[in-house]
Write a protein that binds this ligand. Structure first.
Ligand SMILES: [Zn+2]
Length: 301
C-alpha cells in the first residue's frame, strides 16, 4: 500500500503555481515549510524583506490553505544576501518582528553560501536569536565546499549553544551525513531531478543508514526542481523494498518531530484529511478567477 500523506519541510511556494499546489495535494502532500531565502534578484532595501516576510505568514499561507495544504514557514536572512552587510544589518533588526508570528516553525534558512565572514556574522546573530527563544534552526549548506561548510555550521551552532536536537542541516549528501548525525542534529536531503542527489541515491542512503533523524525534502523554488520530489522518492523507496515505517519516518514523521518542537504544529490536526473552502478571502483577494469555489463539508469524526 502506498503512503497517503507527506510533509515537505523545505519548499519555496512563492515561486510555484496553483498547478503545483493541486498536484502536491493530489500526491498526498499535506503540510509544507517555506523557509525565507533569496529570490534570484538581489533585494536592494529592507522594505522588500518586510513585504516578503509578511507574505510568508500571510498571503502564501492562505494560498496553500485554498488547496488543502497546511503552510508553515521559517524566517531568516539567507546567506547569499548576508553579504550585503549594510542591508543585512537592517534585515536582522526587523527579523524578531516576524520570527515569532503564527506559523513560523524555525529560524531559516540560514548558514553559509561562499563561507565569508559576513555570512558567518549573520549566521551567528540568527543562531543567537534562535537560542535565546528556544527555536528550531534550518541550516542551508553551501553547494561548493559542502563538507567544510557543514562542519563549520555545526561548530558555530554548538558554540552559540543551539541544542543539536533543534538543528536541521539541509542539502546533505553521503559525505556529510555522518558528520551531522554524529553530532545529534537532523540531516535533511534535497532531492533535485536529474542531478546526483536524486531519488535513487536517497533510497541507497536509507537502506544503509535507516531513518533516524533523516528527512527528505524538495527545496523546489524558481530553478529546475520538483515539488513532488518527496512523494516520488517515497514511491521509489517502497518499490525497492524499503520498509514502510522507514519511508514514513523520512517523508512525514521526522520532519514533524523536528519542527513540532516549535509548538506551532498541531500534529493531530494534520492527521485528518484537509477540508477546503475556496469561498474564503485574504485581504479581499481570492485564488479564483471566476471559477466555482470548492467548499468541502467539514469531516465528522
Ligand atoms: Zn531553500
Amino acid at each position: 500500500m502506498s503512503q497517503h500523506r507527506f510533509f515537505d519541510p523545505h519548499i519555496h511556494m512563492t515561486s510555484r503555481t496553483t498547478d503545483d499546489y493541486e498536484n502536491m495535494a493530489a500526491a498526498g502532500i499535506r503540510a509544507i515549510i517555506e523557509p525565507a531565502f533569496w529570490l534570484g534578484q538581489p533585494r536592494t532595501q529592507v522594505g522588500s524583506f518586510v513585504d516578503y516576510f509578511s507574505s510568508l505568514v500571510g498571503w502564501e499561507r492562505f494560498r496553500a490553505s485554498q488547496f488543502g495544504i497546511q503552510h508553515y514557514c521559517a524566517m531568516g536572512l539567507n546567506s547569499k544576501e548576508a553579504n550585503n552587510e549594510g542591508l543585512a544589518k537592517e534585515v536582522l533588526a526587523i527579523l524578531p518582528t516576524y520570527a515569532f508570528k503564527e506559523g513560523v516553525v524555525a529560524i531559516g534558512e540560514i548558514g553559509y553560501d561562499e563561507i565569508t565572514q559576513a555570512e558567518e556574522r549573520a549566521y551567528q546573530a540568527q543562531l543567537q536569536l534562535a537560542a535565546d527563544h528556544d527555536m528550531v534552526v534550518m541550516v542551508h549548506s553551501p553547494h561548493r565546499d559542502k563538507k567544510n561548510g557543514i562542519v563549520r555550521s555545526l561548530d558555530v551552532a554548538q558554540e552559540v549553544g543551539v541544542p543539536m536536537e533543534k538543528l536541521v542541516i539541509d542539502h546533505n549528501n553521503e559525505e556529510t551525513l555522518e558528520d551531522v548525525l554524529d553530532r545529534g542534529a537532523w540531516a535533511a536531503f534535497t532531492i533535485y531531478p536529474n542531478t546526483k542527489m536524486g531519488s535513487q541515491r536517497m533510497v541507497e542512503i536509507v537502506k544503509r543508514y535507516g531513518s533516524e533523524r533523516i528527512i527528505v525534502d524538495s527545496s523546489a523554488d524558481w530553478g529546475v526542481s520538483d515539488p513532488l520530489s518527496v512523494p516520488k522518492t517515497a514511491a521509489l523507496m517502497l518499490e525497492q523494498g524499503v520498509a514502510p515505517d522507514v519511508v514514513e519516518a523520512v517523508t512525514w514523521g521526522n520532519a514533524l518531530s523536528a519542527y513540532a518542537q516549535s509548538g506551532q504544529i498541531d500534529v493531530e490536526a494534520l492527521e485528518k484529511a484537509p477540508t477546503i473552502d475556496q469561498s474564503q478571502l485574504f485581504s479581499d483577494n481570492s485564488v479564483l478567477r471566476g471559477q466555482n469555489p470548492r467548499i468541502d463539508q467539514p469531516v465528522v469524526n
